[in-house]
Design a protein around this ligand. Structure first.
Ligand SMILES: Nc1ncnc2c1ncn2[C@@H]1O[C@H](COP(=O)(O)OP(=O)(O)OP(=O)(O)O)[C@@H](O)[C@H]1O
Ligand SMILES: [Mg+2]
Length: 349
């Protein structure tokens, strides 16, 4: 069974540059007739065999045809009610992408069928899903463009959904195209023909294929982000427990509150989650006060906080969600707890 080359190379690179692993293998190599690199190669083969057995990883690879992709994302006969969860904060660098990819992987391990939509031009989530910048597969911008001309969005949205190496997780990837002028065109077409991003989300829901859709957004309040707020069911707001992080969350809360007052459609806030926390710092001790401030604005805060850990950037370097590569690390265990809390919020409406 062919295995994706870039994934293979990433694992090889990680193992061969990890000092501790090399040191242990060096000791093993003294007693065997194989050198460290040969041992690494054999180890990789064993890992891949195991992955394939467990179905974690199949021969899916990004360069599949439309027909193959369609077959992969076929319904299993079950019509699902889809909860659309948007991960957002007007502040950058607050773990939106990390939270989006981590929750998607956790949900899939809980046997949920998941779609991840990357609406951020940076394509970080697309990368974590196996489609780095430069990927030539159909993307969200291509789908939205089908509304720009005579096709009027009659094209099947499934043509823009891609499989990932995570079992039960599909993705709609972003594109470097989604710049200011793209947003401007979107704005113009949307004002004539109705909210296009909203229509995209509705079309996904109509498929009935997914239990959860997790949407990653960029740190802005442009038309793409605000349209997403309108059509999503829930918002998750990752926040660092510090002044500017809180200010970014307050901006989202204000947007939601204003729309509620104007009786316009808007997602509910599932919760604010404190991220990158470090118990030893004074900032972590300020969380109860921040919590109170945000709850006074009517925004629920999750009990679970996600601790700061080097495992997050390490997993990212390997193009993986931390919950996939280091499932037993502290942030991963907390993302499992966060998903449990989220499920309760979603079920209780
Ligand atoms: N729990 C954590 N512990 C340590 N580092 C973390 C943690 N969560 C996220 N990070 C790091 O913080 C940085 C920003 O994370 P991430 O890209 O998920 O944020 P973002 O909100 O999506 O950023 P942007 O606004 O640019 O899209 C990354 O370098 C990531 O590795
Ligand atoms: Mg991001």
């Amino acid at each position: 069974m062919a295995r994706p080359k870039e994934y293979d190379n990433k694992i090889r690179l990680t193992l061969s540059t990890d000092y501790q692993i090399r040191e242990r293998l060096r000791i093993v190599s003294i007693r065997s007739d194989k050198n460290v690199n040969q041992l690494i190669n054999e180890g990789i083969d064993l890992v891949f065999d195991e992955y394939e057995k467990q179905g974690i990883y199949s021969d899916l690879h990004p360069h599949t045809s439309t027909k193959e992709r369609h077959d992969m994302i076929q319904s299993d006969g079950q019509e699902r009610k889809t909860a659309v969860i948007t991960i957002t904060n007007n502040k950058g660098g607050v773990a939106k992408t990390t939270t989006c990819a981590s929750l998607a992987v956790v949900a899939s391990k809980k046997k949920k069928r998941v779609l991840v939509i990357d609406l951020d031009i940076q394509m970080n989530t697309s990368d974590l899903m196996g489609y780095p910048i430069g990927s030539t597969e159909p993307n969200v911008a291509n789908y939205l463009e089908t509304f720009f001309d005579a096709q009027m969005g009659t094209v099947d949205i499934k043509n823009y959904i891609l499989p990932t190496r995570y079992k039960n997780v599909d993705v709609m990837i972003s594109s470097p195209k989604m710049q200011v002028n793209f947003e401007q065109t979107l704005q113009t077409v949307s004002s004539n023909r109705g909210d296009l991003v909203g229509r995209m989300i509705k079309n996904i829901k109509k498929l009935g294929l997914y239990d959860y859709v997790f949407i990653d957004t960029q740190p802005s309040m442009g038309i793409i982000v605000t349209s997403t707020y309108k059509e999503s069911d829930w918002l998750i707001i990752p926040t660092e427990p510090e002044k500017y992080g809180i200010e970014g969350s307050v901006k989202v809360c204000n947007f939601v509150n204003t729309r509620i007052m104007d009786e316009l459609p808007v997602a509910k806030i599932a919760g604010i989650v404190f991220v990158k926390t470090d118990e030893r710092t004074a900032l972590a001790k300020a969380i109860p006060a921040f919590r109170q401030q945000l709850e006074e604005m009517g925004a629920h805060c999750f009990q679970t906080t996600i601790p700061h850990s080097a495992d997050v950037p390490k997993a990212r370097m390997n193009g993986c969600a931390v919950t996939d590569l280091y499932p037993l690390s502290k942030p991963s265990l907390k993302y499992i707890e966060l998903f449990k809390e989220l499920e309760e919020v979603v079920q209780n409406g």
